[in-house]
Design a protein around this ligand. Structure first.
Ligand code: XMP
Length: 324
């Protein structure tokens, strides 16, 4: 089975054998990299984590796993990811690039423009790391759904290099995408087979541009901080509710509220939980009212800038999972 083969959306392969897939990919990756050096940008997501583990099996210390701290991750995420790779005795590096990302996003409100700005900064930082590390290969965790949605032109995916006109070969860099033929549930099977802890193998998807995807309007450090606090509250309060993704979204508009008897013109947070199998369609989760009220109370108490909390009801389609 060719690793570049893309399967029809939502269709499960008759028999997917993760052990065989691992064996074959480790072999292929080893043959591709030969005696070169590889870099992978890891995010903690299942795709990049699995790619890093496969590549580490193939070339050991000649892989550097780099976590680019873009200032757009959830609380504690950078440390958690780096600690995990270090616990597996892998070469792991944290690159603090938050200021560069915020500079790149300054003044931009259009969702696709934000994605492009994120992507440009991402590849500029990653390019720097690749040069510093003298790498010959860049490992990418692209999966089949990324390719399919990009081909359909629904949203740009920051990891599809062809789409952004980057020709890695012109930089003397070879791209390796071990998961390009797999759908998410298959990647999770591979993750379990590799013995990854559930916090990685079952990790809900999280967009590449991080919390920037969930901050409508301009992405500033102050607005991301509000979004980050709200995300933490929503995740904590819904940890025992089954969902495909759980999120808080900072709206671009403000609402009139009351604080200490005075008019307060504050932020609005939307809460969204969806069930889905493959992210192609999704259904809003019926979250118990008491849970929603608890989230509302905590957000409006712990984040004084927020005066109004909403729950998102719409399925995909016609909505998409993210708001932008
Ligand atoms: P939508 O919002 O299109 O999302 O229904 C489908 C799935 O893709 C994730 N998503 C992204 N992932 N970069 C990513 O890596 C992005 O720009 C992006 N936008 C959406 C979303 O979280 C959902 O799982």
């Amino acid at each position: 089975m060719a690793s570049s083969e893309v399967f029809e959306e939502g269709k499960e392969r008759k028999m997917f054998e993760p052990e065989k897939f691992i064996q074959k990919q480790v072999q292929e990756v080893r043959e591709k990299i030969e005696d070169g050096k590889a870099v992978i940008a890891v995010s903690g997501g299942v795709d990049s984590t699995v790619c890093a583990m496969l590549t580490h099996r193939a070339v050991g210390d000649r892989l550097v796993a780099v976590f680019i701290d873009d200032g757009l991750m959830r609380e504690g995420e950078a440390e958690q990811v780096i600690d995990f790779f270090k616990s597996r005795n892998m070469n792991a590096r944290l690159v603090d690039a938050a200021n560069e990302f915020f500079d790149g996003l300054k003044g931009i409100v259009d969702p696709e423009e934000k994605r492009k700005a994120f992507r440009n900064t991402f590849y500029s930082v990653l390019g720097r790391v690749v040069r510093e590390e003298n790498a010959s290969h860049l490992i990418q965790g692209t999966i089949a759904a990324d390719v399919a949605e990009t081909v359909k032109g629904i949203k740009t995916q920051h990891n599809i290099l062809e789409q952004i006109g980057i020709d890695p070969e012109s930089y003397g860099l070879t791209i390796v995408e071990p998961l390009r033929a797999l759908y998410k549930h298959e990647v999770r099977e591979v993750a379990r087979s590799l013995g990854l802890p559930a916090e990685f193998s079952e990790r809900p998807p999280f967009p590449g541009p991080g919390l920037a995807t969930r901050v409508l309007g301009e992405v500033t450090p102050e607005r991301v901080e509000i979004e980050r606090k709200a995300t933490k509250i929503v995740e904590e309060e819904t940890s025992d509710i089954e969902s495909f993704q759980t999120m808080a979204i900072l709206m671009n508009d403000r609402a009139t509220g009351i604080r200490e008897g005075k008019r307060a013109f504050g932020y609005i947070i939307a809460v969204r939980l969806v069930k889905s199998k493959d992210a192609i369609t999704a259904e809003a989760v019926n979250v118990p009212w008491e849970v929603l009220k608890r989230i509302d109370k905590r957000i409006t108490t712990e984040i004084p800038e927020v005066v109004h909390v909403l729950y998102s009801l719409t399925d995909k389609p016609p909505a998409t999972i993210e708001f932008q």
